[in-house]
Design a protein around this ligand. Structure first.
Ligand code: PLP
Ligand code: COI
Length: 348
């Protein structure tokens, strides 16, 4: 690949979180348990049998990652090994074949490299979103696993998930609907968890919130997560807490932020059940975090028919979330040291 290929003339700084058709995507097929080599293709559409289990029974899982351009032009992925592991956990849960790590990485790297012209440049604030997916295709009417699967990786340049760039303050509304049961599929990145959340998000937005916040399905007391992001909370005594729950997606961003908090910021970190109503008054800062969301401070939360400002101020972000955000994106963009080798460079 000629690394000097000209970039597309997009208005990078104005991008939102939307699909842009790029030139190539990677596709590999598994038939009766055997993966083919996979290849880059140009068509963004799939021809899927009308009886495919992915369409009827949601036999599918996906991942979300980002590639960033460093100041020196390197293309950087953030902890892609963890996405590979998580995809395989979901695959096993839904009786789909695992995608070997080598195939996963090759698919991601080839899709990124082939779409070099679409990778937002350093300093634009935008990044290349990478969406690996695994779907059960082929004809299969009864409720049983597919015999044929496709692993596909497409990419799209994106800007901020929640509209404004940087540390935009968002609001969350506790949903009356549950996202996931304690022993269900909430901890796997499977599409089935998200279709059910569309209505919850709509209802949250009707209340003026950015996004839905889910409490635990058993008691409706403990914070689970937001519709597309995990939650972290700063308390007094230099403490950062995050919900412990079997029903939430184990966010790679959250895990990294907790590690940054403990090591770089020397904070006390704790993963434990967090009772929203009992503990809200002790929240000094609250944020949603994830690949798409990055770190988005939460200013207010709707529950029990009222808005509640975090720490009495619903409009601004605090110093802890600012530091965590700066450290995280500093590492991801290759601007800060990467002592734990989280970055993976895509060779051009
Ligand atoms: N929770 C949900 C429901 C998500 O969809 C995401 C996005 O991937 C996250 C949390 C954040 O996970 P990660 O940081 O691995 O992107
Ligand atoms: C991500 O953050 O990568 C996600 O998959 C969230 C999605 C709802 C956009």
């Amino acid at each position: 690949m000629d690394a000097k290929v000209e970039k597309k003339s997009l208005n990078w700084a104005d991008l939102g979180f939307q699909y842009h058709k790029t030139d190539y995507r990677f596709s590999a097929v598994n038939v009766d348990g055997v993966w083919n080599e996979g290849e880059l293709i140009s068509s963004p559409t799939l021809e899927v049998h009308e009886g495919a289990p992915t369409l009827h029974y949601a036999q599918q899982c996906f991942e979300g990652m980002k590639a960033q351009t460093a100041e020196d032009g390197r293309i950087l992925l953030f902890r892609p090994d963890l996405n590979s592991v998580r995809m395989n956990e979901a695959a096993s849960r839904l009786l789909m074949p695992e995608v070997p790590r080598e195939l996963f990485m090759r698919g991601v790297e080839e899709a990124v490299r082939a779409n070099y012209a679409w990778i937002p440049p350093y300093g634009s604030g935008a990044s290349l979103y990478i969406r690996p997916m695994l779907i059960g295709v082929g004809e299969n009417l009864g409720l049983k696993p597919a015999k044929r699967f496709e692993f596909r990786v497409f990419v799209s340049p994106v800007g901020p998930y929640y509209k404004q760039a940087g540390l935009a303050v968002i609001s969350l509304a506790v949903s009356e609907l549950d996202r996931a049961a304690p022993r269900g599929t909430g901890s796997y990145k499977v599409g089935a968890n998200y279709a059910g959340g569309l209505l919850a998000t709509l209802k949250a937005q009707e209340l003026g919130a950015t996004e839905a916040l889910y409490l635990d399905a058993r008691e409706g007391r403990f914070i689970d997560e937001a519709g597309s992001a995990n939650i972290i909370i700063a308390q007094d005594d230099n403490t950062l807490i995050t919900p412990k729950s079997s029903a939430i997606l184990p966010s790679i961003t959250r895990r990294s932020l907790m590690e940054i908090a403990a090591t770089t910021l020397k904070m006390k970190t704790e993963e434990r059940p967090i009772d929203l109503r009992d503990e809200f008054a002790s929240f000094r800062e609250m944020a949603a975090c994830g690949t798409a969301a990055v770190l988005s401070p939460v200013g207010r939360v709707w529950f029990d028919n009222a808005w509640h400002d975090v720490n009495g101020n619903g409009d601004s972000s605090g110093p802890v979330m600012q530091k965590l955000y700066d450290e995280l994106i500093g590492i991801q963009r290759g601007e800060k040291p990467d002592p734990l080798s989280w970055l993976h460079e895509v060779e051009l």
